[in-house]
Write a protein that binds this ligand. Structure first.
Ligand SMILES: Nc1ncnc2c1ncn2[C@@H]1O[C@H](COP(=O)(O)OP(=O)(O)O)[C@@H](O)[C@H]1O
Ligand SMILES: [Mg+2]
Length: 184
């Protein structure tokens, strides 16, 4: 069983490998439309059309050995099997948007998993990038950016033990609130 959070980490890793300085992550759970959308936009090096069309080919990779998970091809397969799709929009020199859509209620849809921990990992592991995170569940939304966190923290790094504990709690609480205060 794989969780969508692992796909999110994969997508963020792709953006980082593309040299992104800024990454926007959006997760939208829309029960009315019965859709779950994960969208990542970066300002990395982008891809030309040929690379975009090859990107979901399981035999195409930027590395010589595939890591477990198969990156975009696996995300596309899972999304398609769950009544959704994967789409990529990219411009060389400008950046990339990858969108994975799933039927929210689909029996086979993997759970999101621990999004709060995933976001924390992304933020703490990449203090140099600007990261925006918007998570919407129905009419509730949670937004956080490393920009606002840095304004609050000043010179204190994300990896400071007390900051870590605070961030952990902040992300967990706000994510849980999206689901009516109950952890999904
Ligand atoms: N955000 C991105 N920006 C630029 N290129 C990307 C991005 N995401 C994926 N790619 C391109 O698509 C290829 C396939 O990605 P992926 O399936 O995750 O495999 P891998 O990362 O293991 O190469 C990458 O090697 C890269 O060339
Ligand atoms: Mg990858």
């Amino acid at each position: 069983m794989h969780e969508l959070s692992l796909h999110i980490l994969d997508l963020v890793q792709n953006s980082l490998e593309a040299g992104a300085q800024t990454i926007w992550l959006g997760i939208v759970e829309d029960a009315e439309a019965d859709k779950l959308t994960i969208r990542i936009t970066d300002d990395g090096k982008g891809m030309d059309e040929a690379t975009v069309s090859r990107a979901t080919d399981p035999f195409v990779t930027g590395r010589t050995t595939r890591k477990v998970g198969l990156g975009l091809p696996l995300i596309q397969m899972t999304a398609t099997q769950c009544g959704g799709h994967l789409s990529i929009a990219s411009k060389p020199g400008q950046g990339t948007t990858v969108e994975a859509v799933y039927q929210l209620s689909h029996w086979d849809r993997p759970p999101l998993g621990n999004v709060a921990d995933t976001i924390k990992t992304i933020i703490v592991a990449n203090p140099g990038i600007t990261f925006y995170y918007l998570h919407r569940v129905g009419h509730k939304a949670f937004f956080v950016s490393t920009q606002e966190l840095k304004e609050i923290l000043g010179d204190i790094p994300f990896s400071h033990p007390e900051v870590l504990a605070w961030l952990d709690n902040y992300l967990k609480e706000n994510t849980a609130n999206l689901y009516g205060g109950v952890q999904p």
